[in-house]
Design a protein around this ligand. Structure first.
Ligand SMILES: [Fe+2]
Ligand SMILES: [Fe+2]
Length: 267
């Protein structure tokens, strides 16, 4: 069995309960994931609120505190903000590359899964993001040579798929080309963030089927709508063709993440 923790939209700078000295939600997240003995921690972007150096350093400390290796992609909040216009245009992810990872399209092979990340956050797009040619190539080639029974997992901050259970929501520019390659590469699971809404759905379209897990904000006070003060992460277990996704929600009274829901799929 392979186990993956999927966290997202950490947003250092807007951490929930930051004014309450009794509550440390980031430490609770680290403790819960380390206790789960996962094989990989996936972070689907927006590690910071404003791409400040101290926010990235806090994110680095969190990543280093996980026992398992990490696979991280940037989010739109990790590019320089608009008032750093030249940096935003010419080297938007400089701090991310220096303090988090120089690899913007990372790839990891696990026992039962190949996990491929792509960057959708660029300086010259607005918050909706964009999938460019190099990221399309990463989808095209990242799963090459993967054995047929192995789960193929794509990680991208912005959404490339319309989730029917969510009503209107943002989709990234280039989503259509990315979806076509996802189907060609037989990707079975897409892990995204950005919406700050937790939702898991099996998508069936044009003869293809894949699971999309949208992770809410795992640690920040920026939840949207009725999820305004909700913090969650997903614990994913893969065994053969079975995929179980346990969604865990932070309980501030107990200072731990407790099971909110559990969904089982067959790839
Ligand atoms: Fe976010
Ligand atoms: Fe975002």
């Amino acid at each position: 069995m392979t186990r993956i923790a999927h966290i997202s939209d950490i947003h250092f700078g807007r951490i929930a309960y930051a004014n309450d000295a009794q509550i440390d939600i980031v430490q609770a997240l680290i403790d819960d994931i380390n206790a789960a003995s996962v094989d990989l921690v996936v972070v689907s972007g927006d590690l910071t609120q404003r791409a400040f150096g101290h926010q990235f350093r806090a994110a680095r400390r969190m990543l280093d505190a996980f026992d398992a290796p990490t696979l991280v992609v940037p989010g739109n909040h990790d590019v320089f903000p608009w008032w750093r216009l030249l940096s935003r245009l010419f080297d938007p992810l400089r701090r991310y590359r220096k303090l988090i990872s120089s690899d913007l399209n990372p790839r990891v092979e696990l026992k039962d899964a190949v996990v491929v990340g792509i960057n959708s956050a660029h300086g010259w797009t607005v918050q909706g993001g964009r999938i460019t040619a190099s990221e399309l190539d990463q989808i095209r080639h990242g799963f090459e040579g993967t054995a047929s029974g192995t789960a193929r997992i794509l990680v991208v901050h912005h959404h490339i798929t319309k989730l029917t259970g969510l009503g209107d929501h943002d989709m990234v520019k280039g989503a259509e080309q990315a979806r076509a390659l996802v189907c060609e590469a037989n990707v079975g699971l897409i892990l995204s963030g950005h919406l700050h809404i937790d939702h898991v759905e099996m998508i069936e379209a044009e003869g293809n089927r894949y699971i999309v897990a949208s992770c809410g904000t795992s640690t920040s006070s920026r939840g949207r709508g009725k999820e305004g003060s909700v913090n969650l992460y997903n614990l994913i277990s893969i065994e053969g063709s079975a995929v179980d996704i346990e969604t865990k929600r932070f309980n501030s009274a107990e200072q731990l993440y407790a099971t909110q829901s559990q969904q089982s799929f067959v790839r």
